[in-house]
Structure formats: structure tokens, C-alpha cells
Design a protein around this ligand. Sequence first.
Ligand code: PEP
Length: 248
Amino acid sequence: MRQPMVAGNWKMNGSSSSVSELIEGIKAGVGAANAEVVVCPPYIYIPAVASAIAGSDIHLGAQNMCDQDSGAFTGEVAGPMLKDAGCEYVIIGHSERRAIYGESDEVTAVKYAAVLKNNLKPIFCIGESLEEREQGITEQVVARQIDAILDGSGVASLANAVLAYEPVWAIGTGKTATPEQAQEVHAFIRGKIAEQDAAIAEGLRILYGGSMNPGNAAELRSQPDIDGGLIGGASLKADDFLTICTAN
Ligand code: PEP
């Protein structure tokens, strides 16, 4: 039985005061969640959030990570630093990193391996653009993105990872994949992993991301191969995020 997960990707939002208000709000309601709850603040607020959630049921993640452990990499943040700060998860391969910062499949695969090497757990994002969906190549695209990490780290690495299927056309746009569209791709992903290792595929959590909100979370979360959500915009309001965390 897979434990569902709902992870909030706060992206580059917030201030000391708004982050404090948000995390206190989530803390107040997390007891009712029917999922493992993860928050991924901007780097600079990770220590404050780590202190605020100490002793609670909230888990901590980062939104990105350098593939190197230390040294002359101006502006980067390393795995050992994230571990030291209390992180457990790291989002890798988010479509904004791929599209805006040019992270290729190769780069995401190297970062994925570095996250695992540091005893952190990747939340590895995959998903097709609108153009790719319209061309009918969604499955080829997600298969290629998954193959990058399978080739580099092997299928067994997925025992310590989470996948997030995030159609690019649904991220931050208010357009959500229908539960049927999302389930179809999730089932494809699980089937692809099962070709290599059925037990790993059965235990693998695959989150849906792309404009999941309090109104559509229950239906999306009820699909058999959808194990929760990676939430952007709706994770910035404690009430909305908690509604998604408790949806069933
Ligand atoms: C995301 O950025 O991972 C995401 C799913 O964003 P949103 O929920 O805002 O579409």
C-alpha cells in the first residue's frame, strides 16, 4: 500500500513574515491530512521552516540542488548543506528548471544521482508540453525523461524516489489534466517501470502536478495510479493546501 504524498512547491514566493504565517497555518491543520505532507520553501527560508516544523508531521524539501558537494560554484547550494539544514526531499527536473534554466535530461539525471548520493530523496518531475501532447508524443516524452534516470542510476534507485507527472501545459495555467488524462499517463509510467521491476513499480509514488486545487484534488487523488500531488499556486494558502492534503 503506497502512502500518498502532497508536496507544496512554494517556488520563489514569500517573505519572512508570510512564510511564518503559512507554515503555522499548515501546522495547525496537518493532523487531518491523509498523506505525507511536504513543504519546499525557497532556500533562504529553509532554516526558519525547519525550526517551525520541528516535532510536527511536516516534512521538508528543497526546490533544486547543485550536483557538486562543495567548492567554487557561485550561487549554488549543495546536497550536504540541504541535509544539514534538515531537508529530506529535493525537487529535480521541474519544468521551470528545464525550460528557463536549460536543464537537459542529462543534467537532471546527474542531479538525481547526486540527491540520492547525499541520502536525500528526489521528487523527479516529468511531463510533456502542449505541443508534444498535440503531436501525440506524450508517452515518448515521459519515457525519454525517465530513461535518463534509469540509465544513470538504475531502476532500484526509484525505491528512494518519488516521481511527479506534471504536464507543462497545466502548470500555473489553471488548466488541469482531467483525472482520466492524468491516470492514463500515470498508468503508462508505472507500467514502464514494471517492465524493469514489478515490485519497485508497485511501491513507487507517482504524484500529479498541474493546477491541482481544492476543487479538483479529490477526483485526481482517487485515481488508482495517482498517489498525491505536487502543488504550486495552491500551496501558498494554508487552507487550500490543507484541503488538498485531506481530500479523498
Ligand atoms: C508546480 O509548479 O509544480 C505546479 C504543479 O504548479 P501549479 O500547481 O501552480 O500548477
